[in-house]
Design a protein around this ligand. Structure first.
Ligand code: PLP
Length: 406
């Protein structure tokens, strides 16, 4: 039996994620992890070798003739994400948002129309306002559970862009239905798959053509890397994305690629613990008299529960709740009082975070009842009892403050 290279095409995804991208052994031995290969210049043995490699690259092969193309470390991370997403090939981008911009810029031209679900990560609207509008690309936001997609598709529609579950309130979309309706009309389907991290949601198998992740979040998993990924389902689509990726000169550092790949090796165990902790916190919050509503798809009362159960195999550490007290100050007082939950944007690291959910962003969501103040939690890997007692003293601080000023 050979130990080089390890190939487990028939194994469970979790097994394959442990081994994908392992470096080949040389002279019968080698390290477990792929080396961090940093370079700008790629050296060639002679001109013939240079030309041969350039020709292979021109024919679409994944070889690097310049540092910007990314060498071994990058290639290993790309294969790991391709394995995770079940796609054809993956491109890396310097952040999740740049991965999203890449998809819009690669697939759209002046006069085109794109449908975007209204619960998307809020900065997507900036991509629309800053990059797409001035190119004459029309973005239309729609509410998947309410609006009938076939009525919104126009002859100019080139792309359906969704995120499921959505940001802040975690609206779960019926991706197989939406993707089938779009594809029937020749419209490409892209999804932001950051929430499910690939492990708990495989959109390409449910009809999407492109899956995007902010690898900054759970793939890297330690709040120390910015990284984005775009995985395509076919060579044709990949080539279109790759040409724009190349023209934009998008490049990521080998150290960051290494750290992201290292994060992927423990994705399964980390996500399972995030889910277990968030489930405990969600149960605590759901029973709390000062909580109006908890948004977490695994809760049976969550509006997205049935679709989540059908299309996802797990959940993460993100949840949002609205206060029972109808007072705009509640969220701010609450997050200020917490000790283990730091105040901060982003999520997916090992640590707990709390963020006052901005009212104007909540108002972009059709499912938001309005008025109340709300907090988004990222439940980290601390012991859940400590997190729950921290939240309990946060609620006590809110009650004290609101009573004092009554
Ligand atoms: C954070 C986030 C992004 C953006 O990722 P960055 O790496 O921070 O640019 C995109 N989509 C979702 C759903 C996110 O949560």
């Amino acid at each position: 039996m050979s130990h080089d290279p390890i190939s487990h095409d028939d194994a469970d995804l979790r097994t394959r994620l442990i081994h994908v991208g392992s470096p080949a052994l040389r002279d019968g031995a080698g390290p477990v992890n792929v080396p961090v290969v940093r370079t700008s210049t790629v050296r060639f043995a002679d001109s013939a070798a240079q030309q041969a490699l350039q020709a292979r690259r021109g024919a679409g092969e994944r070889v690097a003739t310049y540092g910007r193309h990314g060498l071994d470390t990058h290639a290993a991370l790309e294969s790991a994400i391709t394995t995770l997403e079940g796609g054809y090939r993956t491109l890396l981008a310097p952040s999740g948002l740049s991965a999203i911009s890449l998809v819009f810029l690669a697939l759209l031209k002046p006069g085109d129309h794109v449908l975007v679900s209204d619960s998307v990560y809020a900065p997507v609207r900036k991509v629309d306002q800053v990059l797409l509008q001035r190119q004459g690309i029309r973005v239309e936001y729609f509410t998947p559970g309410r609006d009938a997609l076939p009525d919104l598709l126009r002859p100019q529609t080139r792309l359906l862009y969704v995120e499921s579950p959505g940001s802040l309130l975690y609206e779960v979309l019926d991706l197989p239905a939406l993707a089938a309706q779009a594809r029937e009309r020749g419209v490409a389907v892209a999804i932001d798959n950051t929430w499910g991290a690939g492990l708990y949601h495989q959109p390409l198998a449910l009809g999407a053509n492109i899956s995007i992740q902010a690898a900054t979040k759970y793939l890297a998993g330690h709040s120390d890397v910015m990284m984005g990924s775009v995985t395509a389902d076919t060579p044709e689509l990949f080539d279109r994305l790759a040409a724009t990726h190349d023209a934009l000169g998008l490049s990521v550092g080998a150290d960051d690629a290494y750290l992201t790949l290292r994060g992927i090796r423990t994705l399964d165990v980390r996500l399972a613990r995030h889910q277990a902790n968030a489930t405990a916190v969600a149960a605590y919050l759901s029973a709390h008299p000062d909580v109006f509503q908890v948004y977490y798809p695994p809760l049976p009362q969550d509006p997205g529960h049935a679709l989540w159960k059908r299309d996802f195999s797990g959940a993460n550490g993100l949840l949002t709740f609205a206060f029972a007290q109808n007072d705009p100050r509640a969220a701010g007082v609450f997050v200020d009082a917490l000790r283990y939950f730091s105040i901060g944007a982003s999520w997916g690291g090992y640590e707990s975070l709390a963020l006052e959910a901005a009212p104007q962003r909540l108002a972009e969501h059709t499912g938001w009842p309005g008025g109340r103040s709300a907090v988004r939690l990222h439940v980290g890997l601390e012991h859940p009892d400590d997190l729950i007692s921290d939240l309990e003293q946060g609620f006590a601080a809110v009650r004290d403050r609101l009573r004092l000023s009554a």
